[in-house]
Design a protein around this ligand. Structure first.
Ligand code: PMP
Ligand code: GLU
Length: 397
């Protein structure tokens, strides 16, 4: 039997599989330190758990409208107005099964075969695969470490063609932790309005910024920008709710309508209990988020200092999210035992094999001179893991 040619070319998510590998090795008794984790290591706050229990007690166990309950969409509107200064109505919101599903629906809704989507590189690994699944073409826009891995407007201008349908803007970004200033966003927004392409603004890490950086939603800059922007967010990172699977999109009504139609035939509504708990989460004060951000910040500072003290390794201090891109370019070409470290994959494999430390090879993000380390793991593990990396580096010849 011949399977779908298009989907045979879709790769497995390496971030998810590395995380699963580390968890499996741990359960088998190996002393593994997993820097692969893309999820907060904090529990979901109590008041959210209580809301889920209430939802069960109240019998909220049935289908909801497929694009999410009005109750949650109203809570999302309040959140977007209060935190992001963008005014939406509930029919401009769709709730999906995680922000990943929101993004998938967006590309399904806006792309025709051959449409181009500009993706800044290093990129979160699911964007190109999602574009491919929607018959689009990814156009990579290189960003550099010396510009904090941010888009340069003149480079973006050159990448735009008559086929450009959208730009993916991940702010704060995974894997680089870049956070955009308002004036940088204004330049990008101006170009999108001038040339007529969508901005897919993935803001899932919005709460996680450091060094006094303030996250700005690009759709808040003007009515015209709002008309071409699809703002994506979700509960996974800020509320430590990765397993609950709630994400959402806010955008022009006609795009949201198509996404809703697609969702109504594919997954129907996201989990009813998780939806109810999410509205409780969004309406509550943000004390627990603040505490989580402080802890991430402490780990970030420790890691940056330690990495930069290890010979042949370096990193810049990310301003957001909970990932660090560790520059391994000076280690490429060296040998560990019989293994030649010729790319980020062999680096990651040798490190796991010899030190039981998992990192995500930069190759997965289109950046082979790097490996990604998450600091969504405890300080103790971070210290232990980086000591092992230091040992590994000292054994390279
Ligand atoms: N966007 C980015 C950049 C991410 O890192 C993630 C992490 N999984 C997501 C979207 C999707 O998150 P979720 O599906 O858990 O809401
Ligand atoms: N987004 C997280 C990461 O990049 C979680 C894994 C995933 O969804 O791919 O590690």
């Amino acid at each position: 039997m011949i399977l779908s040619q298009k989907n045979l070319g879709i790769s497995q998510s390496l971030t998810l599989s590395i995380d699963a590998k580390a968890k499996k090795m741990l359960s088998e008794g190996y002393d593994v330190i997993g820097f692969g984790a893309g999820e907060p290591d904090f529990p979901t706050p109590d008041y959210i758990i209580r809301a889920a229990k209430d939802a069960l007690d109240q019998g909220m166990t049935r289908y909801t409208p497929s694009s999410g309950t009005l109750h949650l969409r109203q809570a999302i509107c309040r959140k977007l107005e209060k935190d992001n200064h963008i005014v939406y109505t509930p029919d401009e919101i769709i709730v999906s099964n995680g922000a990943k599903h929101s993004l998938y629906n967006i590309f399904q809704a806006i792309l025709n075969p051959g449409d181009e989507v500009i993706i800044p590189r290093p990129y979160w690994l699911s964007y190109p695969e999602m574009v491919k699944m929607a018959d689009g073409v990814s156009v990579y826009l290189n960003t550099e470490e010396d510009n904090s891995f941010k888009i340069r407007i003149e480079e973006l201008r050159k990448a735009v063609t008559p086929k450009t349908k959208a730009l993916v803007l991940n702010n704060p970004s995974n894997p680089c932790g870049s956070v955009y200033e308002k004036h940088e966003l204004a330049a990008i927004a101006g170009l999108a309005v001038e040339r007529g392409f969508y901005i897919v603004s993935d803001e899932i890490y919005e709460e996680l910024t450091y060094d006094g950086m303030q996250h700005v939603s690009i759709a808040s800059l003007s009515e015209e920008v709002k008309e071409v922007t699809l703002t994506v967010n979700g509960m996974s990172k800020a509320y430590a709710m990765t397993g609950w699977r709630i994400g959402y999109t806010a955008g022009p009504r006609h795009v949201i309508k198509i996404m809703s139609n697609i969702q109504s035939h594919s997954t129907s509504n996201p989990n009813s209990i998780a939806q109810y708990a999410s509205s409780a989460a969004l309406d509550a004060p943000k004390e627990q988020i603040k505490h989580m951000v402080q802890e991430f910040d402490r780990r970030r500072l420790y890691m940056a200092e330690k990495i930069n003290s290890i010979p042949y390794l370096s990193c810049i201090k990310p301003k957001g999210a909970f990932y660090m891109m560790m520059n391994i370019s000076k280690a490429i070409g060296k040998r560990y035992g019989d293994t030649i470290i010729d790319n980020s994959l062999t680096f990651a494999d040798a490190l796991l094999e010899s030190q039981k430390v998992t990192v995500v090879p930069g190759m997965a993000f289109g950046a082979d001179n790097y490996v990604r380390l998450s600091y969504a793991i405890s300080m103790d593990k971070i210290k232990k893991g980086l000591d092992r990396i230091e040992k590994f580096m000292s054994e390279l010849v």
